[in-house]
Design a protein around this ligand. Structure first.
Ligand code: KIV
Length: 269
C-alpha cells in the first residue's frame, strides 16, 4: 500500500527524486485494473499507446488514434484516487507544435491526464516548451522509441555506440531545459541510464534501463504474465511468485522501492 493517500503530483515526483525514493509506474488501460494499481500504491499510471499491441492486438503502436487514447484515459481516470495519470500522445498526434497543443489539450480536458508523454529528443524541444508554457506537464521518452519502429527496423537497444550515447545525454538535458517534468528511458545500457539519471534534476523512469534510474515502468500485462510468446529481457512476471493480481502488483511496488527489480538478468549492457 502507498505511504500517503495524497494525490501524486509533479512536485511529489521531484521530491521523491530528491529523497532518493524510487518511483513506481505501471501501464493501465481500463477502470478495474486502474483501481487495483492505485490501491497497490503505484505512483504513476501510464495509459500507454502500448494498448495498440496488448489490448487491440496490433503489430505496433502506430495505428493507435488520439480518440482511442482519450477513451482509455477516461476509463483509467475513474479508477484512480492517488496515482498521477500520465497519457501517451499517439503517433502523428504531435507532428507540429499546434497539433501537439490541441492533442495534449484533449488528453487533459477530456481524458483527465495530469501529464502527457511524447517520444523524441532535441527535435521535440520546441513542442515541450510550448506545452509547458500552456501548463501541460510533459514526460519525454528517449532510448527505444516504439513509434519509430519502421525507421529503426525493429526494437533494438539504443545508445550502445559512443556517439549515440552522447547524443542521448544531450537530448535528455535539452528536454529538461525545455521544461519536461519526467523522462522515460527505454532499452538503454544500464551505465548510460545511470549517467543520464545523475545528470538530470527531473526523475528518470527506466524500462530495460537498469536499476540506477529514479523509478521503473512496466507494461501491466507483462507483469501479470499474460503476454503470449517471447517477452523482452527487461520483463518480470510477478504473478509467478504471487497468489493473485493484488499480490503481484504489491510485489512489483515493493521490488522497485527496495531496488531488487530490475535485477541483472533484466538489464542491458
Ligand atoms: O506505451 C507504453 O506502454 C510505454 C511504456 C513502455 C513506457 O510507453
Amino acid at each position: 500500500m502507498s505511504e500517503s493517500k495524497n494525490r501524486v503530483t509533479v512536485s511529489t515526483l521531484m521530491e521523491m527524486k530528491q529523497r532518493q525514493q524510487k518511483i513506481t509506474v505501471l501501464t493501465a488501460y481500463d477502470f478495474s485494473f486502474a483501481q487495483q494499481i492505485d490501491h497497490a500504491g503505484v505512483d504513476v499510471v501510464l495509459v500507454g499507446d502500448s494498448l495498440g499491441m496488448v489490448v487491440q492486438g496490433r503489430e505496433t503502436t502506430i495505428p493507435v488514434t488520439l480518440e482511442e487514447m482519450v477513451y482509455h484515459a477516461q476509463l483509467v481516470e475513474r479508477g484512480l484516487k492517488r496515482s498521477l495519470l500520465l497519457v501517451d500522445l499517439p503517433f502523428m498526434s504531435y507532428s507540429t507544435t499546434d497539433q501537439a497543443l490541441r492533442s495534449a489539450g484533449r488528453l487533459m480536458k477530456e481524458g483527465g491526464a495530469q501529464m502527457v508523454k511524447l517520444e523524441g529528443g532535441a527535435d521535440q524541444v520546441e513542442t515541450v516548451a510550448l506545452l509547458v508554457s500552456r501548463n501541460i506537464p510533459v514526460a519525454a521518452h528517449l532510448g527505444l522509441q516504439p513509434q519509430s519502429v519502421h525507421r529503426l527496423g525493429g526494437y533494438p537497444v539504443q545508445g550502445r555506440q559512443q556517439e549515440a550515447a552522447q547524443q542521448m545525454v544531450a537530448d535528455a538535458l535539452a528536454l529538461e531545459q525545455a521544461g519536461a517534468s519526467l523522462l522515460v528511458l527505454e532499452c538503454v545500457p544500464a551505465v548510460l541510464a545511470a549517467e543520464i539519471t545523475a545528470a538530470l534534476k527531473i526523475p528518470v523512469i527506466g524500462i530495460g534501463a537498469g536499476r540506477q534510474c529514479d523509478g521503473q515502468v512496466l507494461v501491466l500485462y507483462d507483469l501479470l504474465g499474460i503476454t503470449v510468446g517471447k517477452v523482452p529481457r527487461f520483463v518480470k512476471n510477478f504473478m509467478e511468485e504471487s497468489g493473485g493480481i493484488a499480490e503481484a502488483l504489491t510485489a512489483y511496488v515493493e521490488a522497485v522501492r527496495e531496488g531488487t527489480f530490475p535485477a541483472q538478468q533484466h538489464t542491458f549492457v
